[in-house]
Design a protein around this ligand. Sequence first.
Ligand SMILES: [Zn+2]
Ligand SMILES: [Zn+2]
Length: 136
Amino acid sequence: MRKRKAILIMKENQLELFVETRVCRICSVEKPIDRFHKRHKSPTNTTRDSRCMACCNEGREWRRKERKKYEHLDTGLCHCCGRKIKSLHFDHDHKTGKYRGFLCHFCNTGIGKLGDDIEGVTRALRYLEKHEEQNG
Ligand SMILES: [Zn+2]
Ligand SMILES: [Zn+2]
């Protein structure tokens, strides 16, 4: 099953078959663009994943295995805010790949959006503290 997205372009009065490719950031292999998952930023703006589908699948498989390893630490309560949630998100450090904890959807996306690291979250904390100082 090998689908390829090819674009025909006219070049010097000759039709050339141009296959858009991308180098995967994980395996460093150059692959046709359709081997990378589409990401929808908006209905008109789609980008492609920087990891190829094979690497994505591997990542998913790895997360599944990791989650099993730490399953006993899933208490049903978010490790950050303590909210009781049925299905917690398995959170890991994206840089080191190490397990961090189990988070609810809000804490997981919140931390992720703040940069997914201490630096980013501290920046947000400093911002709030500054506001508090000014009003206090
Ligand atoms: Zn890859
Ligand atoms: Zn939470």
